[in-house]
Design a protein around this ligand. Structure first.
Ligand code: ADP
Length: 163
C-alpha cells in the first residue's frame, strides 16, 4: 500500500525550512503532497497559484512529491486524497501551542487523521516565511533562506505591493 502524507501550509513563500521537512518526510512516506491552503493567511504576499509555482520549481527533481492547493478543512482534503497523515514542521517551542491545538482540533473533526511533527535541521529552526518577508523589505540578502528564484520573486512582489 502506498503511504501518502499531506504537508499543508501557507508557504508564503516556500523557504529552505519547508524544503527540509519535505525531504525528511520522503524518507518515511512513499509520496508527499505539499498542499497550499487558500484560507490560511489574510494578506499574503503571493496568491495561491504563485505559491504553488514557487513550490513546484523548488521541488523540481523530487519524483515522489506533488504540489496542490486546497480550500476548506484539511481533514476533508486528507480524506479526498485517500490518506490519513498530516505532516507539520516544528521549529521552536513557540510553534508547539498552535500546532498542538490544531492537531487536536483536527483529531476531533476526524479521529482517523494523524498529525506527525517533524523537526528541521537546526540551521533552519529559526526560519519563517514572515521573517523572510520582513528581512527582504529591509533590503536583506535572502540567499541563506530561500532558493534564488524565490528571492527574486519576493523582491518583485514587495515592489508590486508598494505600487
Ligand atoms: P502555516 O501553515 O502556519 O501558515 P507555513 O506555511 O509557514 O505555516 O508552514 C507550513 C508548515 O511548515 C508548518 O507546520 C510550519 O510550522 C512548518 N515550517 C515553517 N517553516 C519551517 C522551518 N523553518 N522549519 C520547519 N518547519 C517549518
Amino acid at each position: 500500500m502506498t503511504k501518502i502524507a499531506i504537508y499543508p501550509g501557507s508557504f508564503d513563500p516556500v523557504t529552505y525550512g519547508h524544503l527540509d521537512i519535505v525531504k525528511r518526510a520522503l524518507k518515511i512516506f512513499d509520496r508527499v503532497i505539499v498542499a497550499v491552503a487558500h484560507n490560511a493567511e489574510k494578506e499574503p504576499l503571493f496568491d495561491v497559484p504563485e505559491r504553488v509555482e514557487l513550490l513546484r520549481r523548488s521541488l523540481k527533481g523530487l519524483k515522489r512529491v506533488e504540489v496542490d492547493d486546497f480550500e476548506g478543512l484539511i481533514v476533508k482534503y486528507v480524506k479526498r486524497k485517500k490518506t490519513n497523515v498530516v505532516i507539520r514542521g516544528l521549529r521552536m517551542i513557540s510553534d508547539f501551542e498552535y500546532e498542538f491545538q490544531m492537531a487536536l482540533t483536527n483529531r476531533k473533526l476526524s479521529s482517523s487523521v494523524e498529525t506527525i511533527f517533524m523537526m528541521p535541521s537546526e540551521s533552519y529552526s529559526y526560519l519563517s516565511s514572515k521573517l523572510i518577508k520582513e528581512a527582504a523589505f529591509l533590503g536583506a540578502n535572502l540567499k541563506a533562506f530561500v532558493p534564488p528564484f524565490v528571492e527574486k520573486a519576493v523582491k518583485f512582489a514587495l515592489q508590486r505591493s508598494k505600487t
